[in-house]
Design a binder for this molecule. Structure first.
Ligand code: C5P
Length: 286
């Protein structure tokens, strides 16, 4: 009997993020191109004989109650399937928190899939996706085992893009947490003359044209992010002068990523980069 699992939970970047409209339910209609990257947390799941859901987080200030998506999904599954067995969820965090990298969503998706296995729930892909959409807008992407995908709706309607292309980046996450809700609230929607940035990027991605891709990265939340932190513009400029082919914010920020030609190019950009920023990672497509 399987009683423990140790799983990676990867982060994501948005290569394009178009905000199309504000919806009556308060969310925004999006079109986005997700990339899964090799920056990851590790999650251990251990079944307990005690009927209890426990969450332990190493070196982090995350809540361990239902505000944490791993606890929220475990409680929901336990109630829905009348499970009498407890579980201890141990999070080893490496992905910066509230950073536009979907760390919390990825953790939630990983626990959802892990408990499906450990508790023998037999949930189909369709059922997993329904739980994912209930949990958060960015969760569904991680249910698909794909390095790239288009996200529509709130971001939860996923079309996988199965490609072998591997992209290299330098990722910089300033030590400031940005609340997604706050960034969306500051957004000034432009509804005319809008580019379909996802479809502009896709051919470059398919052809592995890193230069073309780098020149067409875009994020409609940039104006809202910069209205909260105008100084982050200089961060983008610094990455470009360190040799980046292109730079863009991920999600609702504050993470900024640079495009590099190769692993060694990414390392060279990182080495040239300002040492004041402590969270600088070289990452690649996972
Ligand atoms: O779904 P999630 O909990 O990740 O969303 C966090 C917040 O981000 C929402 O409460 C909403 O304010 C904003 N959001 C949005 N439109 C989306 C996704 C998120 O307005 N498509």
């Amino acid at each position: 009997m399987l009683t423990t699992l140790k799983l990676p939970a990867y982060a994501k970047l948005n290569l394009a993020l178009d905000v199309l409209a504000k919806r009556p339910d308060g969310f925004h209609e999006l079109s986005t191109l997700f990339e899964r990257i090799n920056l990851a947390d590790t999650i251990e799941l251990k079944l307990l004989s005690k009927d209890d859901i426990q969450c332990v987080v190493g070196q982090s200030v995350l809540p361990v109650d239902e505000r944490n998506l791993v606890v929220k999904i475990a409680k929901r599954l336990k109630a829905d399937f009348k499970i009498r067995q407890g579980v201890r969820i141990i999070l080893h965090k490496h992905i910066p928190i509230a950073a536009g990298l979907a760390g919390g969503s990825s953790n939630g998706a990983t626990v959802l899939m892990g408990l499906n296995q450990l508790w023998h729930l037999g949930l189909s892909q369709q059922q997993l996706l329904a739980y994912a959409a209930w949990l958060g807008s960015d969760v569904a992407f991680f249910i698909y085992n794909t390095p790239f995908a288009i996200g529509r709706g709130r971001g939860e309607q996923i079309t996988p893009v199965k490609l072998q292309t591997v992209l290299y980046h330098v990722l910089v996450t300033p030590r400031v947490s940005m609340l997604t809700k706050e960034v969306f609230a500051r957004l000034k929607l432009k509804l005319t003359n809008k580019n379909d940035n996802v479809n502009i990027l896709l051919p470059f991605l398919r052809q592995g044209d890193i230069k073309g891709l780098s020149e067409h990265l875009s994020n409609d939340l940039e104006g809202a992010i910069l209205s909260l932190r105008p100084d982050f513009l200089s961060l983008k400029k610094k990455l470009l002068s360190a040799g980046a082919l292109g730079v863009c914010f991920s999600g609702s920020g504050p993470s900024v990523y640079a495009m590099a030609e190769s692993l060694s190019h990414a390392q060279a950009i990182k080495n040239k980069f300002d040492r004041r920023y402590s969270q600088v990672f070289v990452v690649k497509t996972q």
